[in-house]
Design a protein around this ligand. Sequence first.
Ligand code: SAM
Length: 253
Amino acid sequence: MNELDWDDHADWWQREFTDGVDPEYVEQIIPLAVHHLAGAERVLDVGTGEGQIARAVCREVGAEVVGVDPTASLLDLAHQRAGGPRYLRAESDGLPLANASVDAVVVCLVFEHVDNLSESLSEVARVLRPGGRFLLFLNHPLLQTPGSALIVDHMVDPAETYWRLGPYLPGAETVEEVQKDVFVRFVHRPLSAYLNEMTRAGLRLVHMDEPAPPPGFLARSGVAERAVAAATPRLLLLVAERSSSGVEDRGTE
Ligand SMILES: C[S@@+](CC[C@H](N)C(=O)[O-])C[C@H]1O[C@@H](n2cnc3c(N)ncnc32)[C@H](O)[C@@H]1O
């Protein structure tokens, strides 16, 4: 198993998180994406996977959507699931689109797996038109650091339930066994690393969401843990606008 290769995770990802089986996507992520992309006519979904966000944006926003992803097996599934988007095979640091060619870019749970954040954000800024919108969904960089976990301490009476944080400030590469025999690589960065790189790339923060986990997710946690789980965001959404200053011309499409 090569934890760097998303082809190895494709079955796990599509079985556990797509096609309506995951409450966080159904109740939270997809509705937030649709809400914040309202009005966009041309949308790029970077790291589209099997295309669940791209399809929803086609269907519910009525936009023309391009999804890019380097993982062949996920793109194959995206083509099978159809629903309107067009797909291209590419990585986030080399987007095969022309300068200022889209109204909005969405990146959902992708940049916490890539090394080259700076180049990837420069590419997002390059393909966005001035004033265009950027949606960045992340596993919450503070509250979901490597080593974070819900702890129920039975050594005290009454038992204490709390959210344990892992080390936040140091950047870290980790490989986590997210399910038996499924190893996924994460690149942890503090929130300031994301915001400062976005600012450098000309992407200005205009809105931020830290939603509580949705009811369908909380229903899966035990009653004793539910209050702590409900007070601990798993997701962070940063919404930014591309400034009007110029970017380098790559002219690839
Ligand atoms: C957690 S999945 C998210 C998929 C999709 N965005 C969604 O929300 O359903 C992470 C995705 O990132 C893609 N990915 C990994 N490295 C990438 C890179 N360097 N550039 C673009 N996408 C990448 C993987 O192929 C995978 O589809």
